[in-house]
Design a protein around this ligand. Structure first.
Ligand SMILES: *Cc1c(COP(=O)(O)O)cnc(C)c1O
Length: 485
C-alpha cells in the first residue's frame, strides 16, 4: 500500500514512511491509494479475537516489505491485551477488548475506553507507541514528540510512549485549566522520557507554541521533533478495527446475518473517530448510517445539515462538559471531503486553501444536492447541549443502572433521534465517567465508582515544569532534555 496527500503530494510513500509524520508537505492529509475490499473476508474474520483482527486489517495497509508481517503481528498482539484494556465499566463483560453492552429497547454501547487513560484515544495511541518504537529502533532514529493538550490526547500519548527508549515526549498544557483528575493522570508519571510542561496561558497558546516550534524547520530537524496528533494516519487505521469488531459483536448479539446493516453514532470532535468508520464502510463493512454527534461546538452538525463547513473563532468555541469534543474545526474532515470529491486532489486543495483564508467551504456552490450526497456516504449529524447530557446520564442510570460519561451521553442523545426499529444502533463509548465526576454529580447527585488504580491519584507527587507563554522558553527546555542518546 502506498500513500498520497489529499492535496496531491505523491511520492509513493509507504506506511512506515508516513508513520512519524503529521501533515503532508503540501498541507494535506495522507490517504491510502485505495481502500482494500473486505466484504469477502467477513465470514473468515467474524470470530477473531481483537489482536488477530487488528493484525488482519492493518496488514492490508502496510506491505510485508515495509514492516515484515510477522513483526506487525507481534506488535498487534503486544498492544491489544486484556491487561492493557482492563478497566471494565461496572456491568460489562470483562472477557473482551471492546465489549458491547446492549441497553434493552434502546441503543448499544461499544466500550472503547477501557485502556490506561479511560478514553478511546488509547485504542489507537497504544498501537502508535509500539509502532513508533519499532520503526525508530530499525531506522536507528530518535524522536522528540511535542504536543499540546487540554486533556485526553496528552495523557493517552504519555501512557503510550512512557518508558520507550527512543522517544521523549514534551506535552504542553494550560496551567491550572485541566481537571484535577486529568492533571494527576499526566503529572504523576515518573518515567524519565516524559516531560509535562504547564504553560501560563490557555490551550490555544499551547497549540500556537507547537506550531511555532514545528515551523522552525532547522530546530525541528536538529532535535527530531515529531507529533502524535489526530491526523496521524496510523491512528485512523487502528480505529478501523473496532468498527469491524463492533459489527461482528452486534451481528452475534442480535442474531443477524453477515451482510445485514447496523448504524453507528460517534461522539465527535476532530472527526478522527468517525473518519475511521467512514473508511470501514468504504471497505465494504455493512454500515447503514454513520452519525456524528457534536456538543455545542456544532461544526459537524451544521455541515452535514446545511452543506456549509465553517470553523468557529476562538471566542465562538465554548468550553463544555464534554470537553474532548470542544473544537473550532474538524481536522480530519478533509479526508472525507477528498472521498466526496472522488479523490480529486486538485479540487480538495483548492477548497482547503480557500478555507484556510476564509474559514468556510460551501458545498452547495459546487453541488446543488450535496446534502443527498453526504447521506449516500451514510453521514448524518446532530448535536446536544449540557442540559441534554445531564438528562441522558440521569435517564440511562435510571433505566439501565449504568453510569455513562458526558461524551457518550452526547452520542446517545443524537443516536436516539435516528434510531430505527430493526437496525441495531451502536453508540461508541468514548470515555468512562470517573474522569468527569463533576458532571456526573451534577446529573445524578452521586459519584461514579473509581477504578482502584485511580483512587487518590490527585494526591500523588506531580512532575511538571511551569513555563511562560513563550516558544523560546519551550525550545530551550527541549534543547536541554531532548532524546539524542
Ligand atoms: C477525542 C475524544 C472525542 C472526539 O474524537 P474525534 O476523533 O476528535 O472526533 C470524543 N470523546 C472523547 C472522550 C475523546 O477523548
Amino acid at each position: 500500500m502506498k500513500y498520497y496527500s489529499t492535496r496531491g503530494y505523491d511520492i509513493n510513500q509507504s506506511f512506515s514512511d508516513i508513520l512519524l509524520e503529521g501533515l503532508a508537505p503540501d498541507g494535506g492529509l495522507y490517504m491510502p491509494k485505495f481502500y482494500p475490499d473486505i466484504k469477502h473476508k467477513l465470514l473468515e474474520w467474524k470470530d477473531l479475537e481483537y489482536a488477530e483482527l487488528s493484525y488482519q486489517i492493518l496488514k492490508l495497509f502496510c506491505d510485508n516489505a515495509d514492516i515484515p508481517h510477522a513483526d506487525l503481528k507481534d506488535i498487534c498482539y503486544k498492544t491489544y491485551t486484556k491487561d492493557i484494556y482492563k478497566y471494565v465499566r461496572d456491568g460489562e463483560n470483562a472477557g473482551e477488548i471492546t465489549p458491547l453492552t446492549i441497553l434493552k429497547d434502546d441503543v448499544c454501547l461499544l466500550a472503547l475506553s477501557n485502556g490506561p487513560t479511560l478514553a478511546f484515544k488509547d485504542m489507537a495511541m497504544q498501537l502508535l507507541g509500539n509502532l513508533f518504537d519499532y520503526v525508530l529502533e530499525r531506522k536507528g532514529r530518535k524522536l522528540n514528540i511535542l504536543g499540546a493538550t487540554s486533556g485526553d490526547t496528552g495523557s493517552a500519548a504519555e501512557y503510550a510512549m512512557r518508558g520507550k527508549k527512543n522517544i521523549n515526549i514534551f506535552m504542553l498544557s494550560p496551567h491550572n485549566k485541566m481537571s484535577a483528575f486529568q492533571q494527576a493522570q499526566m503529572f504523576s508519571l515518573t518515567d524519565e522520557n516524559i516531560f509535562n510542561i504547564a504553560i501560563e496561558g490557555f490551550f490555544d497558546n499551547c497549540q500556537d507554541i507547537v506550531k511555532v516550534v514545528s515551523n522552525d524547520l532547522e530546530f525541528k530537524q536538529k532535535y527530531n521533533i515529531g507529533t502524535v496528533n489526530s491526523i496521524n494516519w496510523a491512528r485512523i487505521a487502528a480505529q478501523i478495527v473496532y468498527y469491524i469488531k463492533g459489527y461482528f459483536n452486534s451481528i452475534r448479539a442480535f442474531k443477524l446475518e453477515l451482510g445485514d446493516v447496523i448504524d453507528f453514532c460517534v461522539p465527535s470532535g476532530n472527526f478522527g473517530n468517525i473518519c475511521a468508520g467512514h473508511i470501514a464502510k468504504q471497505m465494504g463493512l455493512p454500515v447503514n448510517k454513520l452519525i456524528a454527534a457534536s456538543n455545542e461546538n456544532n461544526v459537524l452538525d451544521i455541515v452535514f445539515n446545511t452543506g456549509v463547513y465553517k470553523s468557529r473563532t476562538v471566542q465562538q468555541t465554548c468550553q463544555t462538559s464534554s470537553p474532548s469534543m470542544d473544537i473550532s474545526k474538524a481536522s480530519n474532515f478533509e479526508r472525507f471531503v477528498f472521498d466526496y470529491n472522488k479523490q480529486n486532489a486538485e479540487k480538495t486543495k483548492q477548497q482547503f486553501e480557500q478555507f484556510s483564508k476564509t474559514d468556510i467551504i460551501n458545498f452547495n456552490d459546487s453541488h446543488s444536492n450535496c446534502l443527498d450526497e453526504f447521506k449516500k456516504f451514510g453521514f448524518f449529524a446532530a448535536s446536544s447541549t449540557h442540559a441534554h447530557r445531564l438528562d441522558i446520564i440521569r435517564d440511562i442510570y435510571a433505566r439501565h443502572n449504568i453510569i455513562i460519561d458526558p461524551h457518550t451521553a452526547d452520542g446517545i442523545k443524537v443516536a436516539r433521534q435516528y434510531k430505527q426499529k430493526n437496525i441495531p444502533m451502536v453508540v461508541l463509548e468514548t470515555a468512562q465517567p470517573d474522569k468527569f465526576e463533576q458532571t456526573i454529580k451534577e446529573s445524578i447527585n452521586t459519584l461514579p465508582n473509581r477504578h482502584n488504580d485511580f483512587v487518590g491519584i490527585e494526591k500523588l507527587d506531580k512532575r511538571v515544569k511551569l513555563l511562560n507563554n513563550n516558544a523560546d522558553e519551550v525550545k530551550e527546555f527541549i534543547m536541554q532534555n531532548h532524546n539524542s542518546k
